[in-house]
Design a protein around this ligand. Structure first.
Ligand code: SF4
Length: 383
């Protein structure tokens, strides 16, 4: 497609160019679509769950989780009624637990305010907690046949290449331009299939590395293919280096059980279970700080401190360095929660059955405990 400067609204020439993509995209999708379980249903609830899970997570990982989730909570009423811990239990291993929390919150709203029916427009869906512009477009178009556009990472890549956008794809003007392009493209019959075709193209052919241009249904319209610089698009400005964060955590044992604590409902890793501990300063000696940190966070006196190792975990803007220890709680000392909202003494293997985040999974692996997901990953790595 000829290079056009991002503009909004689109010119007539731009609109006409964009609309020429519809027929080849739909024909290709009809012949090549992957047979994914959520494509075999028209149930808006099931489609919504799949879209929530697919944010940040690969299709192959999502498939068994989606099935398990629907077995446990087959409709919006059952999700609204469920205990949040039961929702977390089904979600365990999928990560980004705020998605599970938001799903439950939104289900409660749907039951309370919409008579159990999901809103059938993108605007209505966006009123629900956790449903952003992308998910609203996906659910409205796929489940309700609305001409609602969507733009995600795959779509940005496809459009940047097709339109030859050679500037930072994260700038507001470019992003808005891409939404306008997606809005133009989705107008007409089969909006859900059109959106899925676009995402499928990005996921299977127009991949970040080695795009399969020779079999691409829209290559004759593609600026990057003509120029030969597809792999360098989209242009993404380098992100700022994540800031470093240090913390200590301990496997605190008493009578064969270990202490698990639950984080507050807001902030980083909200509502998740972990080993007790807390932040330390860059200059701190981790071993010296562990006992005071535990005394402050959970009020326990501990002894027999033993360093186990260090794990690292990257959040969106922060890199956590977590020093992990084992220790024993003094018989006489009692848990007094200060920085946590709940605690349990659990069998060591049971901590990973509670909703937990990546750093806890890594720390428990250092301590010889793995959950089903980690064990599967380890098995996969073996030759
Ligand atoms: Fe992507 Fe290549 Fe198709 Fe262009 S021709 S949209 S770069 S796969």
């Amino acid at each position: 497609m000829p290079r056009v400067p991002p503009s909004q609204p689109l010119s007539e020439a731009e609109s006409a160019e964009i609309r020429r993509l519809r027929a080849p995209l739909l024909a290709w999708y009809d012949a090549n679509r992957r047979d994914l379980p959520w494509r075999r249903t028209n149930d808006p609830y099931a489609i919504w769950i799949s879209e929530a899970m697919l944010q940040q997570t690969r299709v192959e990982t999502v498939i068994p989780y989606w099935q398990r989730f629907l077995d446990a909570f087959p409709d919006v009423e059952s999700l609204a009624r469920a205990d949040l811990d039961d929702v977390y239990a089904v979600w365990t291993g999928l990560g980004y637990y705020s998605r599970a929390r938001n799903l439950k919150h939104a289900a409660e709203t749907v039951v309370r305010e919409h008579d159990g029916q999901l809103p059938d427009t993108a605007e209505g869906l966006q009123e629900l907690k956790g449903i952003g512009r992308y998910t609203a477009g996906a659910v409205a178009s796929i489940a309700f046949d609305r001409e609602a556009p969507l733009v995600d990472g795959n779509v940005i890549r496809v459009f940047a290449r097709l339109l030859g956008i050679r500037e930072d794809s994260a700038t507001r003007s470019v992003v808005e331009h891409l939404w306008a392009v997606a809005g133009e493209l989705v107008r007409g019959p089969r909006p859900g299939d059109l959106n899925q075709a676009l995402m499928e193209l990005g996921a299977t052919l127009c991949t970040p590395r080695n795009p399969a241009c020779l079999v691409c249904p829209v290559r004759r319209f593609c600026d990057a293919h003509a120029v030969g610089d597809a792999e360098s698009l989209p242009i993404k400005k380098k992100k700022a280096k994540p800031s470093r964060m240090r913390a200590v955590a301990a496997w605190v044992e008493r009578g064969g059980k270990i202490l698990a604590v639950r984080r507050p409902e807001t902030g980083l890793m909200a509502g998740l279970w972990e080993l007790p501990g807390g932040p330390i300063e860059a200059k701190d000696e981790a071993k010296d700080r562990l006992a005071p940190v535990l005394a402050d966070a959970v009020g326990l006196e501990v002894r027999r401190l033993e360093p186990v190792g260090r794990v690292e975990h990257l959040f969106t803007h922060r890199r956590l360095e977590l020093e992990v220890f084992r220790c024993v709680a003094d018989e006489g000392s009692r848990v007094r929660r200060k920085h946590f909202v709940a605690h349990r003494w659990v069998e060591p293997s049971a901590l990973l059955d509670l909703a937990h985040a990546g750093p806890t999974r890594k720390a428990m692996a250092l301590l010889g405990m793995t959950d089903e997901r980690s064990a599967r990953a380890a098995r996969k790595k073996r030759p």
